[in-house]
Ligand binder design. Structure first.
Ligand code: 13P
Length: 251
């Protein structure tokens, strides 16, 4: 049994006061959700204030990105050791980082290694574009990202399958479609890490997940939770997704 993860990627949203308000509203809504790992990934300035509010809860923190170097002259970047001061998770290789900030499978690979060296759990994002999907290239693209991004790394990681065309568009992949691609990802993980480890790795779906469709995803054989964007910005909407994961986990 893999413990499901529901992670909220706030992206570039929420000032510190807005973050405090959201977390204060959210925490009481999920206090009995003990079969789910809940992870909040606020923007960097909110990490410290959110960490303070989460003290005494089981809710975990993640950063949205970091550099692979341990420190030095990298203006604007966060070192793994700095992330680790607040967080246990770090999202790596999100499609927005790949599209707007030049991230490649090679840089993702360096970051995964750096995260694991620092004891951080990376959430590595993969996914195909609409054109790639329509050209029937989903398997090639996603498998390529997995094999290159995870070259020579340990099995202590989480994958998020986020088809780019489903992010922020309301066009969620069907749960069967998502599960089929996630099974391919798991077979890639078997090649890399062996059967036993591959069966333990959590693979999340991301892309227009909301309270009304979450249960469908979580009922699929290989979907182990969700990486949520828009719906994680409202306490009740995000809590609904956590409840759906909890209900499936205790079935
Ligand atoms: P949405 O849930 O807004 O589609 O975003 C998904 C995402 O990119 C999470 O990382």
């Amino acid at each position: 049994m893999r413990t499901p993860i529901v992670a909220g990627n706030w992206k570039m949203n929420k000032t510190i006061s807005e973050a405090r308000e959201l977390v204060s509203e959210f925490v009481p809504l999920v206090k009995d959700m003990n079969a789910v790992e809940i992870v909040l990934c606020p923007p960097s300035p909110a990490l410290l204030p959110v960490a303070a509010l989460l003290e005494g809860t089981d809710i975990e923190l993640g950063a949205q990105n970091m550099h692979w170097e341990s420190g030095g002259a990298y203006t604007g970047e966060l070192a793994p050791v700095m992330v680790k001061e607040f967080a246990n998770f770090v999202i790596l290789g999100h499609s927005e980082r790949r599209a707007y900030f030049g991230e490649t499978d090679e840089t993702v690979n360096k970051k995964v290694k750096a995260a694991q060296n620092e004891g951080l759990m990376p959430i590595i994002c993969v996914g195909e574009s609409l054109e790639e999907n329509q050209a029937g290239k989903t398997e090639d693209i996603v498998s390529g990202q997995i094999k290159a991004g995870l070259k020579d790394v340990g099995a202590n990681l989480v994958i998020a399958y986020e088809p780019i065309w489903a992010i922020g568009t309301g066009l969620a992949a069907t749960s069967e479609m998502a599960n089929d691609t996630i099974k391919i990802i798991r077979s890639n993980l078997k090649e890399l890490f062996g059967q036993e480890d591959a069966e333990k790795i959590r693979i999340l779906y991301g892309g227009s997940v909301k309270g009304s469709n979450a249960a469908e995803y979580f009922s699929q054989s290989d979907i182990d939770g969700a990486l949520v964007g828009g719906a994680s910005l409202k306490a009740d909407a995000f809590a609904e997704i956590v409840v759906a994961a909890q209900n499936e986990a205790v079935k």
